[in-house]
Design a protein around this ligand. Structure first.
Ligand code: HEC
Ligand code: HEC
Length: 353
């Protein structure tokens, strides 16, 4: 008689306890999930996740460049010294900076740059700014890493043309380099370490906070109505199908002349015009190029792998004709050019006069 209600009471009690226990479990699981999320999305994107897009408020086919990327500043400093060093060339006259001018967009203003012993290049010099975000490098996508590209650029007869067997002792005999390398690397001056230092410096050449990125991060006033119209057209006409992602390019291969024979109309087809074919030897890759990034494009004239076009408006005309098979009004071309102008970002060396 006495036992029954008590059993009932303890039964209810146990049920409540079980529910409370379940609720507590759910809360705990949620807390763990939130914590994991925070750990997995750090505030500043690190070197190993350079191409990981940032979550922004607006859902757009283009993502902003991270505002801050964590890098070993001592290696960046050594890399910068090497980037500016003419002793890295056979005739002690050419440095990376000779062709990649940092205050004029990360390239130079001629169709083909002049390398060691006055040799002339066969493609236009692309910018080094934001190159670290490109999954493949060069017009034909030959290199996958900045280190591999640097190793070849130093030795290339049309770039710096110096043998590694000559360069390593040359650096070892320079006390300032001996000291800087031993400070940063246990094994001192080696080919791998030269490439690593320069590649680390190249990773520091990113240009965040362009007006367009400010707009992507939610500041509606960062770009004008006309520039917004240019962006709308850029998407509506399909430019964005090739020029997209964080770099507005760099991540796709496309034929130059999808809708018209660019090369026949230009004439004088050369080896470099074969593009990706020179890497893969695949017939279908003839005249195929890596879609270039349009970050800072207002500064990186002349345009195209052949450096044939001097103004942005002319480049947009070429694109609409040969990639889209259309002809746009002058007004639309001007709007798109205005939009492209909002892609100029910030870097101390870029904004220096
Ligand atoms: C003589 C001019 C010249 C010199 C010197 C030179 N470059 Fe370049 N650079 C070029 C050209 C031209 C290309 C494109 C080559 C191609 O596409 O076949 C290029 C491509 C690049 C790219 C690829 C960019 C991209 O997004 O595809 C990087 C990065 C780069 N160079 C860094 C360097 C570094 C680092 C050095 C010094 C070790 C250097 N360059 C020296 C002319 C030069
Ligand atoms: C089907 C893909 C595709 C489409 C669509 C496309 N592009 Fe391109 N774009 C490319 C390729 C590939 C190149 C490089 C061509 C070359 O020089 O070999 C390029 C180059 C450029 C360049 C020159 C960049 C430089 O640094 O030299 C600009 C500017 C440009 N595109 C803007 C546009 C605009 C604006 C549109 C829309 C009107 C557009 N593109 C549509 C693939 C495309």
């Amino acid at each position: 008689m006495y036992q029954k209600p008590s059993m009932k009471f303890s039964f209810i009690n146990r049920q409540i306890l079980r529910r409370l226990y379940l609720v507590a479990l759910v809360i705990l699981a949620t807390l763990i999930a939130i914590w994991c999320e925070q750990v997995q999305t750090p505030k500043s994107v690190t070197v190993t996740s350079l191409t990981q897009p940032e979550k922004v408020l607006v859902d757009e086919p283009i993502q902003p460049i991270p505002l801050k990327i964590a890098l070993n500043q001592s290696k960046v400093g050594l890399g910068e010294k090497l980037f500016r060093e003419p002793r890295l060339s056979a005739d002690n006259r050419v440095s990376c900076l000779s062709c990649h001018h940092l205050n004029t967009g990360g390239a130079d203003e001629v169709a083909f740059s002049i390398g060691v012993n006055r040799t002339v290049g066969n493609v236009n010099t692309p910018t080094v700014y934001n190159a670290a975000f490109n999954p493949s490098l060069n017009w034909n996508g030959k290199f996958k890493t900045l280190e591999a590209l640097t190793e070849v650029a130093i030795q290339n007869p049309t770039d710096m043309g110096i043998d590694w067997q000559v360069l390593i002792p040359k650096l070892q005999q320079t006390p300032e380099y001996m000291q800087a390398f031993t400070q940063n690397y246990a094994d001192g001056v080696t080919k791998a370490n030269v490439n690593d230092a320069i590649a680390t410096y190249l990773r520091s050449l990113y240009t965040p906070n362009s007006r367009f990125d400010q707009y992507l991060r939610g500041n509606q006033k960062a770009i004008t109505e006309e520039e917004k119209e240019g962006y709308r057209l850029f998407k509506a006409y399909g430019c964005v199908s090739c020029h997209q992602g964080m770099n507005l390019g760099g991540n796709l291969y496309e034929k130059f002349g999808l809708m018209g024979d660019y090369f026949r109309e230009r004439g004088n087809v050369k080896y470099a015009d074969l593009g990706r074919y020179n890497v893969t030897q695949n017939e279908a890759d003839k005249f195929v190029f890596r879609v270039p990034s349009l970050r800072n494009v207002a500064l990186t004239y002349p345009y195209f792998h052949d450096g044939s076009v001097k103004t942005l408006e002319e480049a947009i005309k070429v694109m609409t004709k040969y990639q889209l098979g259309r002809s746009l009004s002058q007004k639309d071309i001007e709007s798109i050019a205005l939009f492209l102008g909002t892609l100029t970002g910030e870097h101390p060396a870029l904004n220096q006069k």
